[in-house]
Design a protein around this ligand. Structure first.
Ligand SMILES: Nc1ncnc2c1ncn2[C@@H]1O[C@H](COP(=O)(O)OP(=O)(O)OP(=O)(O)O)[C@@H](O)[C@H]1O
Length: 581
């Protein structure tokens, strides 16, 4: 008996060690790709930036598969042996005692387990439904942030030190000018105080490493003046001529929150202890949950795991029902929400409306494309889950009926739960068609302008939304228009933008069929007006700001620029914040 226990124990230790080695390897490769961000930024190698971003997102699944294959090969695991796996989890927990990324390693373990074994074992006995270890005050050789004291060394010197510590190799094209710009921008926020040193009891705490994304690097921190605390970021750009410059001062939680939005691509930000970075960021952005912050720094699987924990906790402590999401029903997706929780749940329907000529697999591929693509602040990130069990009693009767009608192949019943084979979860927004219905004139003008900007920025990032209808866009809490219906997107470079040929005879215009031939990838921007410019007010605003969206030449030129390898600038902060150069 004792010998058998010993055997189980040594087998468990072996398997736990193999899984942890799998995670360590994953994190090493993740760090290597992340560490390359500085070079890519300084070389202005934007193509490499996009490739690295895509590669890093896909790493996790490769490592999970590899680790499962290895444990199966080494230990001949075929079916689950519950007592062995209980022991493996204990061994794994012991191995994590001094680990610097224990929460990530736990998630990795859970993924390895869940990919192999059935749902009835997804309990805290076998996986990390709850984390078993605290990530507070984990030590690493370098601290996550550095403090500066403008009260003693002066604001100018402090900013110079911050830039110096960020470790850029390229020089700044005109540092004096940038320092003046920052100084002026800060002064605006402290009227009347800047000349009196004693009143400015500043402390600046800045995350040591820059956050790289697309064509920018952001230095992120907080400024403390007495009891006042303000989050800020300094976006740094490359002039592509051997020099760097500071483009703006992003000031306060609201502005910074847009920089860290779920509709942006993930940052590349190097640190041995991500939990410390997330903890710091949470102080700057208390309204962003840990899930979003982990995702923001590229640890989207941790984001997913944190989200799910939070969601289960919320379910336990709420009593409202899942209901059909307000708005126009999807022809591809069945969308529902829990009013007390700011997310929607999307299930792919069994059958699509006839005009949707694609398959379930193609829809999934489009969603994956968005996950890996630069979302430029205009496409919502989504969390994808398999086998999600939700309490049946929390489903509104009409929702349940509609789910059964439209998604039967994706749902099953397990005692008191409804189990979804596959779900996308996404931040809830106000569908633009609903927002427009009640918007006052000035708000309508602003939202239509932003809607057009969203389309233009997506186009600049090589995304053609396919379906421009207002119902496919939402308005976020920060008041930005974001696209969320991905089933018809394609790359701009795959589209053929055409002007409608003139009619050959006057009767042509009255025919039900076009008088010209149309290939599958042809797009006629002149036609957008028919369904977008529904009311005079919308028409007037749209044409004021975005008349060019109805012109095939505009689209073709954008496409040509992408083909020529030009990457458009998209700033996650208002144009008005940008410094003059
Ligand atoms: N993130 C979200 N926040 C709020 N509501 C949403 C969200 N995503 C979807 N909805 C609601 O669900 C509806 C259908 O969603 P979605 O557009 O993703 O489905 P679809 O089947 O792809 O649509 P379509 O028929 O246009 O292809 C939307 O029109 C909107 O009312």
């Amino acid at each position: 008996m004792a010998e058998q226990a010993l055997q189980i124990n040594s087998l468990a230790r072996g398997i736990a060690t193999t899984i942890l080695q799998g995670f360590n390897r994953h994190f090493d490769i993740f760090q290597q790709i992340t560490a390359g961000a500085r070079q890519r930024f300084e070389d202005a190698d934007w193509k490499a930036v996009q490739l690295a971003s895509r590669e890093r997102i896909m790493l996790y699944d490769h490592r999970i598969k590899e680790t499962i294959a290895l444990t199966r090969d080494l230990y001949e695991i075929k079916t689950i042996d519950p007592s062995l796996w209980r022991e493996i989890k204990h061994c794994y927990m012991r191995l994590l005692l001094d680990h610097q990324q224990p929460e990530l390693a736990e998630t990795f373990y859970t993924s390895v387990f869940c990919r192999q074994f059935p749902r009835q074992y997804y309990t805290n006995e076998f996986i990390f439904v709850r984390s078993s270890i605290s990530t507070e005050y984990i030590d690493s050789e370098e601290t996550s942030y550095v403090c500066y004291y403008p009260g003693t060394s002066g604001l100018r010197e402090s900013i110079i030190s911050i830039l110096h510590n960020a470790g850029f190799v390229l020089p700044f094209e005109n540092l004096e000018r940038d320092l003046r710009n920052i100084y002026r921008a800060i002064v605006k926020h402290y009227p009347g105080k800047t000349n009196r040193k004693a009143q400015l009891n500043f402390q600046l705490a800045v995350i040591r490493h820059p956050f790289f994304r697309n064509k920018a690097a952001y230095l992120v921190g907080r400024m403390m003046n007495g009891r006042e605390e303000t989050a800020f970021a300094l976006p740094i750009l490359n002039n592509e001529n051997g020099g760097l410059y500071i483009d703006a001062l992003v000031w306060g939680e609201k502005q910074l929150s847009v920089v860290f939005s779920y509709s942006q691509a993930y940052f590349m930000m190097e640190h041995q202890v991500p939990s410390a970075v997330v903890c710091f960021l949470q102080q700057l952005l208390p309204r962003r949950d840990t899930s979003e912050l982990y995702s923001a720094i590229g640890l989207h699987k941790q984001g997913k795991s944190a989200f799910y924990r939070d969601f289960l906790h919320h379910l336990k402590h709420s009593s409202d029902e899942f209901v059909i999401a307000p708005g126009i029903r999807g022809m591809v997706m069945m969308v529902f929400t829990l009013p007390s929780y700011p997310y929607v749940f999307k299930i792919i329907k069994d059958k699509f409306a006839p005009q949707k000529e694609f398959t379930r697999q193609q829809v999934e591929e489009k969603y994956q494309l968005v996950k890996r693509h630069d979302r430029v602040g205009r496409m919502a990130d989504m969390l994808e889950y398999s086998n999600v069990a939700l309490p049946l009693e929390r489903f509104d009767a009409s929702l349940l009926e509609e789910l059964q009608e439209t998604c039967a192949s994706s749902i099953s019943y397990d005692t008191d739960n409804l189990v979804f084979r596959h779900v996308y979860m996404e931040r809830r927004m106000i569908p633009l068609n609903i927002f427009i219905e009640t918007a006052a004139d000035d708000i309508l003008e602003w939202v239509i302008e932003d809607y057009g900007n969203a389309i233009k920025q997506l186009a600049g990032a090589n995304i053609f939304p396919g379906d421009f209808l207002y119902k496919n866009f939402g308005v976020t809490q920060q008041g930005r228009v974001v696209f969320y219906d991905y089933d018809e997107i394609s790359y701009m470079t795959e589209c053929n933008f055409r002007k409608i040929p003139p009619p050959r005879f006057p009767e042509d215009e009255f025919r039900s069929e076009p008088w010209y031939s149309v290939e599958p990838n042809d797009v006629f921007p002149e036609e957008f007006g028919t369904f977008l410019l529904s009311t005079p007010k919308i028409r007037k605003t749209f044409l004021k700001y975005h008349r060019n969206l109805l012109d095939a030449r505009y689209w073709q030129e954008k496409k040509d620029r992408i083909k020529a390898g030009q990457y458009e600038d998209v700033f996650p902060y208002p144009e008005a914040l940008r410094f003059k150069r």
